[in-house]
Design a protein. Structure first.
Length: 381
């Protein structure tokens, strides 16, 4: 039976399955909260299932995410009893939880998992992050807790490469559902053409050492010394690197005429940055998926990113861009150099990336994959 036929049948018979979503929504804005927002607003999910949402709101900014506080603990307890109430009165057929991979948030989520398990519910854990294997390898106690949490549940990973993060923890085969982004139906004219006479390089992420921003600046210094002409724009919100620190560093490297630090930009201003760029660079040290790479691919930009997390499953080296080892300044400079020198290569890789995005990584793909996964799980007795 086709999905649409099944949906109609469920509606007519009043048999839409109940799904309890326990998740965080923006703010703050990050990959997981954005995907959660797309999911709960999805017409596909709304039409196929009877949904109840418990929004977990613990912080207002990214800087608060990994910090413990008594207020967070108090909120966690309150949410625990809200979940308890919904498990009794809403009586869901399936509980969906984007679980934190480590830190205080994992222990909080572990109690929510155990609570749903007491009520013998089907539980779906969606892993948007990584780091489980690293933590488990350092502590036999934590490995035991991970195994208990991941027992008798269903797991969703973002890419095949990320399955290794739960090897030895999760004993079944996880579902693979990549993230996606919203796209327009028509291809804007600017996607079809080259852009600037002087190539423009774009970095768009938070100003953090873990994102490889300092490595990028050193790579740009090498490119300047080699005689390359370019403009680079660093767009993002301050994290452990301030705007003042970056401007001072750029000045000390004699790069003031080559690099602009814009701070955070949103909505139309953010879109203009993608539209005006020729090359996108994210040389991150720690990443699970890299949703911003998809945005760059949608804007027909060649992507230079790291062999890190699930990125190599998204960015195809030599086809849609280049992959570099995290922290390798010389390698990063070399790959950017190839794109600076070859306009046709930039255009070709950008078009390849756009096509790959449209075929695999749209919101429509994401929503349908989630819906089909829920159906598969609900058919499993």
């Amino acid at each position: 039976m086709r999905s649409s036929d099944k949906t109609t049948s469920d509606k007519l018979n009043g048999q839409k399955k109940k799904v309890l979503f326990i998740l965080q929504l923006p703010p703050p804005v990050h990959g997981a909260s954005m995907m959660n927002s797309y999911l709960v607003n999805s017409e596909i999910i709304k039409n196929n299932f009877d949904n109840k949402i418990i929004e977990l709101r613990f912080v207002k900014s990214l800087n608060e995410l990994r910090k413990f506080s008594l207020l967070k603990l108090w909120k966690a307890v309150i949410y625990y009893f809200r979940i308890f109430n919904e498990l009794i009165f809403f009586d869901p057929d399936l509980v969906y939880l984007p679980v934190a991979p480590s830190g205080y948030a994992f222990y909080r989520d572990m109690f929510y998992i155990f609570l749903a398990r007491i009520f013998r519910k089907r539980i779906v854990l969606h892993l948007h992050g990584k780091g489980i294997r690293e933590v488990a390898d350092k502590s036999s106690v934590k490995r035991y807790l991970y195994r208990r949490a991941f027992k008798n549940v269903y797991v969703i990973c973002l890419t095949p490469r990320l399955i290794s993060d739960i090897e030895g923890i999760y004993m079944s085969t996880p579902f693979i559902i990549p993230n996606g982004i919203g796209v327009k139906k028509s291809i804007p004219a600017w996607k079809q053409t080259a852009k600037n006479s002087i190539p423009q390089i774009l970095y768009l992420s938070n100003y953090r050492r873990s994102k490889g921003l300092l490595v990028l600046i050193e790579a740009l210094k090498i490119l300047k010394e080699e005689g390359h002409i370019f403009n680079a724009r660093l767009v993002g919100a301050p994290g452990d690197l301030t705007i003042e620190f970056l401007q001072d560093l750029i000045g000390s490297r004699m790069l003031t005429d080559f690099i602009q630090v814009t701070g955070p930009l949103y909505n139309e201003d953010k879109e203009k940055e993608f539209e005006n760029a020729d090359i996108f660079v994210l040389p991150t040290f720690f990443e699970s998926f890299g949703l911003v790479n998809l945005e760059a691919m949608y804007h027909s930009l060649p992507v230079v990113s790291s062999v890190e997390g699930g990125i190599p499953d998204i960015v195809i080296d030599g086809v849609t861009g280049f992959l570099v080892e995290p922290g390798d300044t010389v390698m990063l400079a070399g790959k950017i150099s190839l794109l600076l020198k070859d306009r046709d290569l930039r255009i070709e890789m950008g078009r390849n990336g756009y096509q790959r995005l449209i075929e695999n990584y749209t919101i429509s793909h994401f929503e349908n994959n989630i819906s089909n996964t829920f159906r598969t799980i609900l058919r499993n007795n």
